[in-house]
Design a binder for this molecule. Structure first.
Ligand SMILES: Cc1cc2nc3c(=O)[nH]c(=O)nc-3n(C[C@H](O)[C@H](O)[C@H](O)COP(=O)(O)OP(=O)(O)OC[C@H]3O[C@@H](n4cnc5c(N)ncnc54)[C@H](O)[C@@H]3O)c2cc1C
Length: 421
């Protein structure tokens, strides 16, 4: 006879929601976390305001989870973004919708969301053990058996839910401990890599720091594939740093440059910025022409102010081979065309990303072919369930990963409680 129906390992959004669902479906649940506080990563998400979910419809949600989002169809049928909103509003957490469907608490305080969720877990009678690292998941000959704590204590359960997250930002507790427990049950771990992570470039003008801190608003950033075609473009804001590119659209593009690197075997990948994404090339030329013709006596470097961020002008002129002291009427037709084309496609050679530890999200994880998408149960080890970022699922920031964590967590907890094996 086991001490618990279900042991959930990991008190992030997926493990907390798994505990709620399991307890609501009548199971006795023990939630174990190695940290002294639950929901640490959730508490720093969305810039510390806790981006609880995203209100896009299901097709759009899935499209914003480029790492195997389609696996989530069944889980979202059990518990989707609307269920998440209803769940928190029932707990007295009023939510508001911001840009691009992102949902935040009206209080703008992540702590309010985390404490409401933890409060719900406690009210349902879930036993909570914090400051208790799990060392191993114990397997019997034909099913999961329980867990072994670092302290040496063994705890038994009919089902174990592994919700230990990925390997990113390890000071929040996500140090990747669950992967080896999955492997011990026979699971495959697909290659782990950083996603939603700043991009590194060794271009001289990046290394010199001349653009460091410069933000570009509402531009389009593209990653080019080996055939010279844009593999992906994202529109929004970005910032130049001392090592490369950061900001929302750089984070979104980061996983795609790894794809090109893997395909080509080369470390450098071409990216580009379109500074005027609403203009077609001939409209760009006309706009530039108008601007320069309006200021015929000015040196080009000065005439371009107002059209472009000032700090970008010397770099663009040097890339186009234009002497910035020339006055506008002296600009040749070719130079004019070269400059207009650079404004639409300013190339940046990039060479990789920052580390997995610095990434917002971990790509790769427990192979999804080995998981039942309707229940989150292992296909290899009866009684073993997975949920959240440990799975080979990753989305863009904007509430998509947290939605995946809540949805898979709810599904795992509910089915573990229903004893369907
Ligand atoms: C700075 C930052 C901002 C983010 N912003 C967004 C955003 O805006 N939108 C979005 O969708 N996503 C965002 N994310 C990603 C999102 O927070 C994660 O995808 C999500 O928290 C994953 O939930 P999880 O439950 O799978 O794992 P985690 O939240 O990582 O929780 C795992 C838990 O397991 C515990 N644990 C690990 N090993 C053990 C062990 N051996 N024994 C016991 N317990 C253990 C850990 O202590 C931790 O509490 C952000 C991430 C970061 C770092």
């Amino acid at each position: 006879m086991s001490e618990y129906d279900i042991i959930v390992i990991g008190g992030g959004p997926s493990g907390l929601m798994a505990s709620v669902a399991a307890a609501e479906h009548g199971a006795s649940v023990l939630l174990i976390d190695k940290g002294t506080k639950l929901g640490r990563k959730l508490g720093i998400s969305g810039g510390g305001r806790c981006n609880v979910t995203n209100m896009k419809d299901t097709a759009e949600l899935i499209a914003h989870i480029p790492g195997n989002g389609r696996f989530l169809h069944s889980a979202l049928r059990h518990f989707d973004n609307r269920s998440i909103v209803a769940f928190f509003e029932e707990l007295g957490i009023r939510l508001k919708e911001e840009d691009n469907g992102r949902m935040f608490p009206v209080s703008d305080r992540a702590s309010s969301v985390v404490s409401a969720l933890v409060g719900k877990v406690k009210n349902l009678g879930v036993q909570i053990m914090t400051g208790s690292p799990v060392r191993e998941v114990l397997y019997g000959p034909d099913r999961v058996h329980g867990v072994l704590l670092d302290s040496g204590k063994k705890l038994t359960a009919r089902a174990v839910v592994i919700a230990t997250g990925g390997k990113s930002v390890p000071h929040t507790g996500s140090t990747g401990d669950g992967y080896s427990w999955a492997e011990a049950a026979g699971h495959t771990i697909t290659e782990l890599y950083p996603t939603e992570v700043p991009i590194v470039s060794r271009e001289d003008w990046i290394r010199s720091g001349e653009l460091q801190g410069l933000s570009l608003r509402d531009v389009s950033l593209s990653v080019w594939n080996e055939k010279g075609k844009p593999l992906i473009s994202h529109r929004g804001d970005m910032i130049f740093t001392h090592f490369g590119l950061s900001g929302p659209i750089a984070l979104r593009c980061s996983q795609f440059l790894r794809q090109v690197q893997r395909k080509t075997g080369k470390d450098s990948v071409e990216m580009s910025v379109d500074l005027f994404p609403d203009l077609r090339p001939h409209e760009m030329e006309a706009k530039l022409q108008d601007k320069l013709e309006a200021e015929p006596k000015k040196a080009i470097r000065n005439a371009l102010k107002g059209l472009l961020p000032e700090r970008l002008i010397p770099l663009l002129l040097s890339k186009a081979g234009i002497d910035g002291d020339l006055t506008c009427p002296h600009l040749s037709k070719n130079a004019h065309a070269a400059l207009a084309s650079l404004l639409k496609r300013m190339p940046i050679l990039v060479h990789g990303t920052r580390s997995l530890e610095e990434a917002f999200v971990t790509g790769g994880g427990v192979h999804l072919k080995e998981i039942n998408p309707g229940t989150m149960q292992s296909r290899l080890m009866p009684g073993l369930y997975f949920c959240g970022e440990i799975l080979d699922i990753h989305g863009y920031t904007g509430g998509y990963n947290i939605t995946a964590a809540f949805s898979t967590g709810y599904t795992a907890g509910m089915h573990a409680a229903l004893k369907e094996e």
